[in-house]
Design a protein around this ligand. Structure first.
Ligand code: SF4
Length: 343
């Protein structure tokens, strides 16, 4: 038997004694269940995946069944598993293999990567487990094992670090028993080299693992650098006419609030020019923060009580509202809050 490295030899010796052999997707090396399980296992633990996998395979036992199902049926079975793009991609890929590739599953990593939702590591796992090709994997568990064993510094999300880990993954993937090796390294990461409190006493690498030998396990893998959450700011102009109606403006279709109605907005450095075109009194209301996923928006609302007519923008759709909730229009959340207080 030829192993590519001592690492793969030690891992396979451990796997023969301690590897998990009874997982439901290990009953066959058919690429269809292997693929479904690999997609379900992305960002999800084995114990969570097992009941979903069993139900999915009972409903769609063959690739054709999945391809012929409606997307609603697939999403229904995925409910509770999260990351629904995975289910949409599974469905799309099943249809593509049945309709465009005569129902034949691609058998190498390069062709597998071309399919929707299959990245390099998932492609490697299918190629290794189902087609016994010498293809490496690098999921979260494998990144942790390799970065600790070989003391690879830096956050694995960084390209230079990922490249180094891929190199190690490839060097250590054997040409023989590649399916067992692939299962073994995933098992080791999931059951022994865990994120917190790894069971180093039971690990086949306890003599060679650099992180253990140098008592630096907590430094590997490197943490994602903290980035300050950006804050943007805007001034919202709440323009109220002499009849008590407030002006709203439809936002362009792009962006997070695309197509919704809100107050006219401007930057702080544009404010005096904007206000000079609005005859009336101005009153600065209490500023507040609105949080989006990637940034905070600091909003300065300014109430303008008009004392005369204004020239309205021809570039955007506007409307005057005088009763809260009467008009059937979509409103941004800050606009809803401010209107509820003012009308
Ligand atoms: S010795 Fe400990 S830290 Fe090193 S690979 Fe094994 S379990 Fe992980």
């Amino acid at each position: 038997m030829s192993y590519s490295t001592k690492f793969s030899k030690d891992l396979l010796t451990w796997f023969d004694r301690h590897g998990r052999l009874n997982l439901p997707w290990q009953r066959s090396s058919d690429p269809y269940p292997v693929w479904v399980s690999e997609i379900m296992l992305q960002q999800t633990q084995v114990s969570t995946v097992i009941p979903f996998f069993e139900k999915f395979m009972a409903t769609f036992p063959h690739l054709e069944d999945l391809a012929n199902a409606s997307l609603d049926e697939v999403l229904h079975l995925w409910t509770g598993l999260g990351y629904y793009a995975r289910a949409r991609n599974l469905h799309k890929t099943a249809q593509s293999i049945i309709n465009d590739q005569q129902g034949i599953f691609p058998s190498n990593q390069e062709s597998l990567i071309q399919l929707p939702g299959i990245g390099r590591s998932t492609a490697g796992a299918i190629a290794a487990i189902s087609f016994h090709q010498q293809a490496a994997i690098l999921d979260g568990n494998v990144k942790r094992v390799l970065s600790r064993c070989f003391a690879v510094p830096g956050w694995p999300g960084k390209k230079t670090v990922t490249d180094q880990l891929w190199q190690l993954a490839e060097v250590n993937t054997p040409s023989e028993r590649v399916a067992d090796y692939t299962q073994a390294i995933m098992d080791l990461g999931a059951t022994i080299c865990k994120k917190t409190s790894p069971a180093c006493d039971s690990c086949p690498f306890q003599k060679s693992c650099i992180a253990l030998q140098t008592a630096t396990i907590d430094q590997y893998p490197g943490r994602k650098p903290k980035t300050a959450r950006p804050t943007r700011s805007t001034c919202m102009l709440i323009i109220r006419n002499t009849k008590g109606a407030i002006l709203l403006q439809r936002r362009t279709n792009e962006g997070l609030w695309g197509g919704l109605f809100s107050f006219p907005e401007c930057r702080e450095d544009e404010l005096s020019a904007q206000l000079s075109a609005l005859p009336g009194s101005t009153n600065y209301l209490a500023p507040f923060k609105h949080s989006f996923t990637h940034y905070d928006l600091l909003i300065q609302p300014i109430l303008i009580e008009l004392q005369g007519p204004i020239r309205q923008s021809q570039e955007s759709e506007t409307c005057w509202v005088s009763q809260f909730g009467k008009d059937k229009i979509g409103l941004t959340k800050p606009a809803t809050q401010l209107l509820a207080n003012l009308l």
